[in-house]
Design a protein. Structure first.
Lengths: 117, 205
């Protein structure tokens, strides 16, 4: 199941991102991404892959796993698509500082969901 | 339900179109402790694997020459998914507890609801570091002891609490990571704990 994408082939990642290594950090691992358009001819294949995958809401981490790309690379690609208005992003509840906790209403919802599994 | 061999779809079922909130819980533990097994037992999808690559001038790496060569650290992790309802999805991450992983904690797991430290009593030392780091990061956690059939001596939770120097405020639970009901119980123990913490905080604010 494991398939390291970076071993022996750093050039591929360099090409995919056009040499960029700084990712858009607004995309959390569990930000849900939704396509706002269909892939068009001439698009980079990774962009096409993302738009096809995200016809239904798909978490950033699932996109990375499906496309077999590191999270950072996926964040860069998502930044491109967001800037071009081709996707929208549903972010998790406000990025919290490490020491704070989510509210009781949210936790109640989680408990309810887990109990009915 | 509750069977060890859960039947997961081979193709990834998409989330509902109204899904809007992704949440995460991290399961930390040493190699072979059963993280992926636990994720698999409760996940609605076959666990997927992905990785993060960190490229920077040597973190925790000796600089052997005057040239600041870039080092690449790769951390792989598994994850699974539980749709709590149509709008809310919980992602479970099985994360290795080794040192290099913690450099990526903030980038990957900031905003996590909490963590489960999965413990193998035959290799308790593997858990020390993870517990220390979670306390350092202020991430609330519970300790789940994965019971293996070939434990030479079966230690009680109290003995394990002492061995790990765990405070009385950290919930502990026995589990069998292969069993769905048991995995579910571990997650509920964690979220119950988080709920208590949140209630206490709301009462004082």
């Amino acid at each position: 199941m494991r398939r390291p994408v970076d071993t022996g082939d750093p050039d591929r990642l360099y090409t995919v991102t056009g040499g960029r290594s700084r990712a858009d950090t607004t995309f959390d691992l569990v930000t849900l991404v939704v396509s706002e358009c269909e892939p068009a001819a001439g698009m980079q294949s990774e962009h096409v892959g993302i738009l096809e995958l995200c016809r239904h809401p798909t978490a950033v981490v699932e996109i990375a796993a499906e496309l077999r790309l590191p999270i950072t690379v996926v964040r860069i690609l998502l930044g491109d698509l967001l800037a071009a208005g081709k996707i929208t992003a549903r972010h998790p509840p406000t990025a919290r500082s490490a020491a704070s906790l989510p509210d009781t209403a949210l936790l109640k919802e989680v408990l309810h969901g887990l109990r009915s599994l | 339900m509750g069977s060890a061999a859960s039947e997961l779809p081979t193709r990834r079922a998409p989330l509902a179109d109204v899904a809007e909130t992704g949440l995460k819980i991290v399961i930390v533990g040493g190699f072979g402790v059963g993280k992926t097994t636990l994720v698999r037992s409760v996940s609605e999808i076959r666990p997927l694997n992905t990785e993060e690559v960190m490229t920077q001038a040597g973190v925790g790496v000796d600089e052997t020459t005057g040239v600041r060569a870039k080092t690449t650290t790769t951390v792989a992790f598994d994850f699974g998914r539980i749709s709590l309802n149509e709008r809310t999805v919980l992602y479970l991450f099985g994360a290795p507890g080794q040192e290099r992983f913690w450099f990526l904690w903030d980038r990957l797991f900031s905003g996590t609801l909490g963590a489960v430290v999965l413990v193998d009593t035959r290799r308790m030392d593997d858990s020390w570091y993870a517990i220390d780091r979670l306390e350092h990061h202020g991430t609330p956690f519970v300790v789940a002891v994965n019971r293996f059939d070939d434990e030479p001596v079966r230690h009680s939770l109290d003995e394990i609490r002492q061995a790990l120097a765990l405070g009385a405020h950290v919930p502990m639970v026995d589990c069998d990571a292969r069993v769905r009901a048991s995995g579910k119980h571990v997650l509920i123990t964690l979220v119950d704990h988080l709920y208590e913490l949140a209630l206490a905080r709301e009462a004082t604010s």
